[in-house]
Design a protein around this ligand. Structure first.
Ligand code: ATP
Ligand code: MG
Length: 309
């Protein structure tokens, strides 16, 4: 089982769309995928279930927010108890692979503030202990609560920030997958993300060494690559306005770029979440839809290869 965070500081670059489509396509290829929506905007959540169902069946005690909060009660929930199999995508998968999800909650934003108050401590040793236990929370939850034989992949949809909840995702991950739009601000954020992630990993590993009594495992999440999204094509290649940003990103040390990318298609992506089935499983009714779907399939193939599948 691999754990991959889909992450970029920048908002609106296609993180959630990529997460949903990767999961759906991999499940179509008979993989078993668990999604975790770690964004308080809950966009991934509402890409699979309706707000009505979420409100009725999950909002009260069935989301990742409840899970983070349950640590305060002394009897933490099991992550596994929050897993749902959303029906519409399950039907579309026709019994091939499995796509499960742990939903988010709009109130998850307050969890970040709560966790922040728990950092620090009366002594350096206490502060380090608190740092490790807060930041390891998701990693420990996955390790203890999720049966690694049940899933090939856990994909975590991260929010567009670097708050504590996001950091728990990086620490829980084997890999980070970075979607980016080929524009100045989106690509600017990639170097910043790398620096922030490297410094988090360094702090964590320094602290892990100093944990009293026993050592915590060190972590080394790798960047799987940058996937460009919302590419506009002319003559089967990105338009000239987008090409410099792709080239510039490719020159960032330590970064590899997926050779396949996701094409821009507003009509296809804008409406998809309300049907509960990601674009890649829609089939196509026009040449432009077909080319978007084939692009998504190619990104998924490349993702699988990058994981060594
Ligand atoms: N390939 C695409 N073509 C056209 N529109 C797209 C494409 N991918 C995503 N979109 C649209 O762009 C918007 C942002 O996409 P998405 O929610 O996936 O980004 P995000 O990075 O997860 O955003 P946030 O940072 O807010 O979580 C959505 O309205 C989505 O429908
Ligand atoms: Mg998102």
């Amino acid at each position: 089982m691999r754990v991959v965070s889909v992450i970029n500081y920048k908002g609106g670059v296609g993180k959630t769309s990529l997460t949903a489509n990767l999961a759906a396509q991999l499940a179509w290829q008979k993989r078993n995928v668990l999604l975790v929506d770690l964004d308080a905007q809950a966009s991934l959540t509402f890409s699979f279930i309706t707000p009505d169902i979420w409100e009725k069946d999950f909002s009260e005690a069935g989301t990742i927010k409840s899970w983070f909060e349950s640590f305060d009660s002394g009897t933490p929930l099991s992550l596994a108890s929050l897993i749902d199999t959303p029906k519409r995508v399950q039907q579309a998968l026709r019994g091939r692979g499995r796509l499960d999800i742990i939903y988010s909650h709009l109130g998850l934003i307050n969890v970040d503030l709560e966790l922040a108050t728990k950092l620090g401590g009366a002594s350096l040793a206490q502060a380090k202990k608190n740092f490790l236990s807060i930041h390891r929370r998701l990693a420990d939850g996955i390790r203890h609560d999720i049966d690694s034989d049940q899933y090939d992949l856990i994909l975590i949809d991260c929010p567009p920030n670097f708050n504590i909840v996001t950091k728990t995702a990086i620490i829980a991950s084997d890999y980070m997958l970075v979607p980016a739009r080929p524009d100045y601000l989106s690509t600017l954020g990639i170097s910043y993300l790398l620096r922030s992630a490297n410094s988090l990993v360094k702090d964590y590993n320094d602290f892990a060494d100093l944990k009293e009594g026993q050592k915590a495992d060190k972590i080394a999440p790798k960047v799987l690559g940058v996937v460009f999204t919302m590419i506009q094509e002319y003559g089967n290649q990105p338009i000239s306005a987008q090409r410099p940003f792709i080239k510039q990103t490719a020159s960032i040390p330590g970064i590899s770029i997926f050779s396949n990318y996701i094409k821009r298609n507003d009509s296809l992506f804008a409406g998809a979440p309300q049907y509960g089935v990601p674009v890649v499983l829609h089939g196509y009714n026009s040449g432009s839809h077909q080319s978007v779907v084939e692009g998504l399939e190619a990104v998924c193939e490349e993702f699988g290869r990058a994981l060594g599948w």
